[in-house]
Design a binder for this molecule. Structure first.
Ligand code: AHM
Ligand code: MG
Length: 333
């Protein structure tokens, strides 16, 4: 079989479909290289002395792991000097990171969760990097947080790398979703999946059920019906999976269908769920929609939400279209 590398795929997209400007291609290549470096660090584990907690908290008040900080640094350093970016923002940084003056400024803005699935870092379970790419607003001189506050529909690229038994990069630039496996011997990304499609129906769901006592009625109803199985109203048995790494859960759903949920609940009514809109929900929502699935916050399409804060949270229901539509309908009823 002829191997198509990430570089070849990107150049062909640029040349044949005209869907990727040269600067965006450079950006994705640099990102992919950074993910390769992160994959290497993650893979060393205890041998690289990278496990365990750092002595700091991030803006959400969560204890940072050493690998959170290492991954953040890798992404910042890799993306600073290429001239393709105007600014970056990260789960691990309170404020945005403008490109230092000594480097040229480009027209794109990059957001990332450098290492998602923090609770899995030290226990050798899949984790990943999530990224979202926006265009800087017309006429922007000095980037500010406000320039990032664009709805997910404005993303020009999004994706993740999952560091599991294999390291896989899943990418969309608005022209389908494609997967690239890291060839560890050659150090290159090889296309292993073209045009990933999520089945519209599924018998698999993902939710942290330990929170069930806090759920709102529509989520309770939906899950109770799934649990009732063949003799319940759905007349079908459902299976549950929860990795506690969104990247790994979404990766499974892209590959064989399913619905992923992190709902808002009654604990903190002002805080809609756990996941962050700009660098977790939006990129995943774009991937899922590009693969024929759906993504809502229970009420509206995630990609249509107008962000008001860089680190804002959002409820998430995404995956196989018929299930996402059903649970969204329950919220409306
Ligand atoms: P993180 O960005 O601090 O790693 O948190 C996000 C993660 C998601 O990957 C995952 O879906 C979720 O948190 C798991 O949460 P919980 O521990 O409540 O099950
Ligand atoms: Mg995260």
């Amino acid at each position: 079989m002829k191997r198509v590398s990430l570089t070849q795929y990107l150049i062909e997209e640029q040349r044949l479909n005209n869907s990727i400007p040269a600067e965006l291609r450079l950006l994705i290549e640099v990102l992919a290289r950074a993910c390769k470096t992160i994959s290497h660090s993650v893979g060393k584990g205890a041998l690289g002395e990278v496990l365990g907690a750092a002595e700091s908290e991030n803006v959400q008040g969560e204890i940072q792991k050493k690998l959170d900080i290492i991954s953040n640094e890798i992404l910042l350093q890799a993306n600073e000097w290429g001239g393709h970016l105007a600014a970056m923002a990260s789960e691990e940084m309170e404020t945005i990171h403008p490109i230092p003056n000594r480097y040229p400024m480009g027209e794109y803005m990059l957001l990332f969760d450098p290492l998602d699935g923090s609770s899995n870092i030290d226990v050798n379970v899949s984790i990943g990097t999530i990224f979202s790419v926006l265009k800087a607003p017309e006429g922007m001189a000095t980037p500010t947080e406000d320039d990032f506050l664009q709805p997910g529909t404005k993303q020009v690229a999004a994706g993740y790398a999952v560091y599991g038994p294999q390291t896989v990069l899943v990418l969309t630039t608005g022209n389908g979703v494609h997967g690239f496996t890291l060839d560890r011997e050659m150090g290159s990304w090889v296309m292993t999946q073209r045009n990933i499609q999520i089945p519209v129906d599924t018998a698999e769901y993902a939710i942290n059920a330990s929170n069930s006592r806090h759920w709102y009625a529509p989520v309770k109803r939906y899950i109770t019906e799934l649990e009732a199985g063949k003799t319940g109203p759905r007349e079908k048995n459902f299976n549950m999976r929860w990795v506690a790494s969104m990247v790994a859960d979404v990766h499974r759903i892209l590959n064989r269908g399913g619905i992923f949920m992190y709902p808002a609940d009654q604990r903190e009514p002002d805080k809609p769920g756990k996941l962050r809109l700009m660098y977790e929900a939006n990129p995943m929502a774009l991937l899922v929609e590009q693969a024929g699935g759906a993504a809502t916050d229970g009420k509206q399409r995630i990609l249509d939400i107008q962000p008001t804060k860089l680190h804002q949270r959002v409820a998430v229901f995404l995956g196989s279209r018929n299930e996402v539509e059903r649970v969204t309908r329950y919220h409306a009823e």
